[in-house]
Design a protein around this ligand. Structure first.
Ligand code: 5GP
Ligand code: ZN
Length: 114
């Protein structure tokens, strides 16, 4: 059994504010939001980084992406827009080594983010 924090959230051992769940994907509010809307989307399967993907996982990443777009639509972001971020490895800002997307919205988002 994975000791990873996000795997523990999947198993409901660690509480989280869940905003979307299906058989393969879980989404929950980030504990330290950087914007009024900051939701994390994870595959329930433990995949540490994009470099740890196994054959077939691209289907899972498609589902992950679709879940983020669906929730964005439900939150009324289709017109306003949003940012979808995946940090990869420490040099890319990744702190939790269970692959995830950040859905960030609800304030003006400039680019580059700094
Ligand atoms: P990373 O830097 O790995 O891309 O992002 C990890 C994210 O997980 C951070 O934005 C951080 O605030 C969030 N996070 C860390 N611990 C917890 C937790 O226990 N619960 C929730 N909901 N989010 C967490
Ligand atoms: Zn995990």
């Amino acid at each position: 059994m994975e000791e990873c924090l996000f795997c523990r959230i999947v198993r409901k051992e660690v509480p989280a504010t869940i905003v979307y769940e299906d058989d393969a994907i879980l989404a929950f509010k980030d504990i330290n939001p950087v914007a009024p809307i900051h939701i994390l989307f994870i595959p329930k399967k433990h995949i540490s980084t994009f470099f740890a993907m196994e054959p077939g996982d691209e289907v899972l990443i498609g589902k992950l992406h679709q879940a983020a777009v669906q929730v964005a639509q439900e939150l009324g972001l289709a017109e306003k827009g949003f940012r979808l971020v995946a940090n990869c490895q420490r040099g890319g800002g990744q702190l939790i080594f269970h692959l995830h997307y950040h859905l960030i919205a609800g304030r003006p988002l400039l680019w580059p983010p700094g």
